[in-house]
Design a protein around this ligand. Structure first.
Ligand SMILES: Cc1cc2nc3c(=O)[nH]c(=O)nc-3n(C[C@H](O)[C@H](O)[C@H](O)COP(=O)(O)OP(=O)(O)OC[C@H]3O[C@@H](n4cnc5c(N)ncnc54)[C@H](O)[C@@H]3O)c2cc1C
Length: 491
């Protein structure tokens, strides 16, 4: 079997890469180990209810902003029904008695923050200007034709963590906390989050924060549909277990089903450690292999999926981040919970009302069950999951008092679940950790030691949905050569 290019993984990244490479007339085969596409954007059904795994919200859907430009270019935008969050309360952050509702647009955020913290004008003005300054220097975010940009891979300027930045900017504890809670978008604490990356991720959630009717599954469906129009072939239940090489060139992938697919070009849209393990030892310098395999992965997630017997009245169609006080002896720690209640105009996925909640949680907490298959991890594992779910519900109850009585069914997932379904090492929500220690050349790059094998996906430059699109466009522009792709999406 031959193809011009083989893409490993049909997660969001693999689906976008496939379209961008098929646009050039190449014959593309996408190989996915799971039975369904989507990676973290997959959905699952329990009874009548369909739940989303890794899709809560996305921003930048206004004309000229990155998600909109990328989706338009891919001819996927018209296939989606975008559901913007309420203009004035897109994402709410709550800590003890304090609440701040982030609006859907960045200019409105500036005004609202000044109204909420009137004594902090200088800090807020500077924060907004600094975020804008950073975003205007990042090629795939600014998307301006005729501007000279540095390499997107050089995300060091200015260095330091968000905690370093914000501690020097204001002494107002609640303003610091409200801004710092947003490092949740990188799965990092403020002391771990690179200021530059945080600024980009923070800003990307504005400019019309939205959900998609049908959730992450609708985006996956639209990307698959477009890929198929361009002749992309998708193979499911087919796990890449080897990459055959000759010198510094990859020649073929081999699958667990015993198939071999030869190609001129390979794109690893899976976790980079998975790809590196597939490459024979003699084809990669030991130092490179060890460096990739030793990289720290981002945190995993504990997720609670609730099918509800009745709609909720004290929460609208927004996302809410809740920081709570822990009681003595509470373990494992639950720092922030992200709550999503798809309602209002969101008609699909079909089923009754539902609520999804997540908290970051280290792999180590569940590691002792890691070698046992799903469903056979024993009573201790089930008890721990139930206990974490109970604490999450207790915390949400303070904001949504009617929630406990409305729960019809509850399902949970741990980092073990995510690792099993997506092969992300340690169930890492954002692949290789994006913390301050692993920036610039210390993280996986699209180009690696094999000349015709490229890395892409959420472990590369930027994490999250918008980040995956940025990385896919960047990697595919390197492959396609020139700057046609940038000029096609820039304004
Ligand atoms: C709980 C959770 C909530 C999230 N919420 C949001 C959100 O609200 N907004 C946002 O912007 N981002 C969110 N994210 C992040 C976002 O979902 C991911 O960053 C993004 O979907 C990653 O896409 P990817 O294609 O890079 O990787 P993946 O989704 O991991 O895709 C990789 C694919 O490769 C396949 N694969 C792996 N190994 C092999 C192999 N050997 N052979 C064949 N196939 C293989 C996997 O099965 C998978 O399909 C969330 C993530 C999680 C886990």
């Amino acid at each position: 079997m031959n193809a011009d290019a083989v893409i490993i993984g049909a997660g969001l990244s693999g689906l976008v890469d496939a379209i961008l490479l098929a646009e050039t007339g190449r014959r593309i085969i996408v190989i996915e180990q799971h039975a369904i596409p989507g990676g973290y954007l997959q959905q699952f059904r329990r009874g009548r209810t369909v739940f989303d795994v890794g899709f809560h919200y996305m921003g930048s859907t206004l004309p000229g902003r990155p998600m909109r430009q990328f989706l338009e270019h891919l001819q996927v935008w018209p296939r989606l029904r975008i559901l913007p969050f309420p203009e004035d309360a897109a994402i709410e952050v709550i800590s003890g008695p304090n609440r701040f509702a982030y609006p859907a647009r960045f200019d409105r955020f500036h005004e609202k923050a000044l109204a909420a913290w009137p004594g902090e004008r200088a800090a807020i003005d500077r924060f907004v200007a600094d975020v804008d300054g950073i975003c205007s220097r990042f090629k795939w975010f600014a998307l301006r034709r005729g501007v000279e940009y540095g390499s997107p891979l050089d995300l060091q300027w200015p260095g330091g963590s968000f905690a370093d930045y914000i501690e020097g900017a204001t002494e107002d504890a609640w303003l610091r906390e409200a801004l710092s809670l947003q490092t949740f978008n990188l799965g990092l604490l403020p002391s771990e989050a690179p200021w530059v990356k945080h600024a980009l991720a923070f800003r990307s959630n504005f400019d019309r924060t939205s959900r998609i009717d049908g959730g992450g599954g609708a985006l996956v469906k639209a990307l698959l549909e477009r890929g198929r129009e361009l002749g992309v072939e998708y193979r499911f239940r087919s796990e890449v277990v080897g990459i055959a090489c000759e010198g510094r060139m990859a020649r073929a992938v081999t699958t667990a089903n015993g198939e071999r697919i030869d190609a001129d070009l390979f794109v690893a849209a899976c976790h980079p450690k998975v790809a590196v393990r597939c490459i024979p030892e003699e084809s990669l310098p030991a130092i490179f292999r060890e460096r990739i395999l030793a990289m720290k992965d981002s945190r995993g997630a504990f997720q609670l999926f609730l099918a509800l017997s009745a709609p909720l009245s004290s929460i609208g169609s927004t996302c809410v981040m809740i920081r709570g006080e822990e009681e003595a002896g509470d373990w494992p720690p639950l720092d922030v919970i992200l709550v999503t209640y798809p309602c209002g105009e969101e008609k699909t996925p079909r089923g009754g009302p539902r609520l999804e909640a997540m908290a970051y949680m280290d792999w180590d907490i569940f590691a002792s069950w890691g070698d046992r298959p799903s469903g056979r991890r024993g009573e201790d594992y089930e008890r721990l999951k139930q206990e974490i779910a109970r604490r999450m519900i207790a915390r949400m109850r303070r904001i949504i008092p009617e929630l406990p009585d409305a729960i019809a069914e509850a399902y949970t997932a741990t980092p073990l679940t995510d690792a099993w379904y997506t092969r992300n090492e340690h169930g890492a929500v954002f692949g290789v950790s994006h913390d301050v220690e692993q920036q610039g050349t210390a993280r996986p790059q699209p180009r690696m030691r094999l000349k015709n094998l490229y890395f892409t996906g959420h472990s590369i430059t930027m994490p999250g949905i918008c980040g995956v699109f940025i990385n896919a466009f960047d990697t595919c522009e390197m492959i396609r050569g020139g700057d046609d792709l940038f000029r096609a999406v820039a304004t």
